[in-house]
Design a protein around this ligand. Structure first.
Ligand SMILES: O=C(O)CCC(=O)C(=O)O
Ligand SMILES: [Fe+2]
Length: 267
């Protein structure tokens, strides 16, 4: 806890417990290197879903735990740094999902599966995008069995929610602007009581974004940013209205699966 407070002090954004946004967690050249490694991977490593492609690293996440595979050194280099610098993970990060989104692709609102330790670190590369956090009623015990969404087949998500599950009382939706090279960390209620998702269209609104100042500090000239016409006199942070997604976004979702099966036959 002490470590966490020290390392992440100053990076908490918004009022929803708990979101941390670290701009420029990696350098531009590290971004180039990571993108190169991702596209160097065998084509068979890609799995195509309805609305995006993904690479799964670290092994297969099963309802009962992880059937592990070592992460490649180009990934452990970054996951080790995430562990050390955040101090939030109980053991080394052992699972990384790499998602690739074209400008009109996204990920439906979902909650990450129960196999994961409830802290997520997402490194963003390429085109900016907005992630939305939407409140939902607490998962009922009976539905928390690790079933997949309709969209996914790799057991990393729990079932999608219908409208009736989304409550509108004290919990307010919020969103976060994910610029390239940034690291987003979410945990606590943001993990347990909110769904997170990215809209599948090429314009993302910024009106609910809680980290505009932090996100734009080094990126205010980014051509993706669209300025609102009616806020010319407003301060810099408020004049950005939306982003135009014009190229591919890649994200690395880094997590810990606590239960690891060393032996296939023990499943
Ligand atoms: O691409 C992202 O930023 C989010 C990915 C995600 O939520 C997931 O893989 O569970
Ligand atoms: Fe997720």
């Amino acid at each position: 806890m002490e470590e966490e407070m020290k390392n992440l002090k100053g990076f908490k954004v918004g009022s929803l417990p708990t979101l941390f946004y670290i701009p420029n967690f990696i350098s531009d050249s590290e971004q180039v290197h990571l993108i190169h490694q991702i596209y160097q991977s065998p084509i068979s490593k890609w799995k195509s879903l309805k609305n995006r492609r993904l690479q799964n690293w670290g092994g297969v996440v099963h309802e009962k735990g992880l059937l592990p595979q070592n992460l490649p050194p180009w990934l452990t280099k970054i996951t080790k740094r995430i562990c050390e610098e955040t101090g939030l993970f109980p053991s080394p990060i052992n699972h990384v999902l790499i998602n690739e989104y074209l400008p009109d692709q996204g990920i439906m609102p979902h909650q990450d599966g129960p196999a994961y330790f409830p802290v997520v670190a997402i490194l963003s590369l390429g085109s900016p995008a907005v992630m939305n956090f939407t409140p939902h009623s607490r998962l009922k015990e009976s539905s928390n069995t690790g079933r997949n969404t309709a969209e996914d087949t790799n057991s990393d998500k729990v079932e999608a929610y219908n409208e009736a599950d989304v409550c509108s009382d004290i919990h307010q939706p919020s969103s976060i602007l994910l610029m390239p090279c940034s690291l987003l960390i979410f945990k606590d209620e943001a993990y347990s009581d909110y769904l997170h998702g990215i809209e599948d269209n090429n314009v993302h609104q910024l009106d609910k974004a809680v980290n505009i100042v932090e996100a734009l500090e080094h990126h205010s000239q980014d051509p993706s940013l669209l300025v609102s016409e009616d806020t010319l006199e407003a301060n810099c942070a408020q004049q950005f209205k939306s982003i135009q997604r014009t190229s591919t976004r890649i994200s690395l979702t880094c997590r810990v699966v606590l239960k690891v099966h060393r032996n296939l036959f023990k499943f």
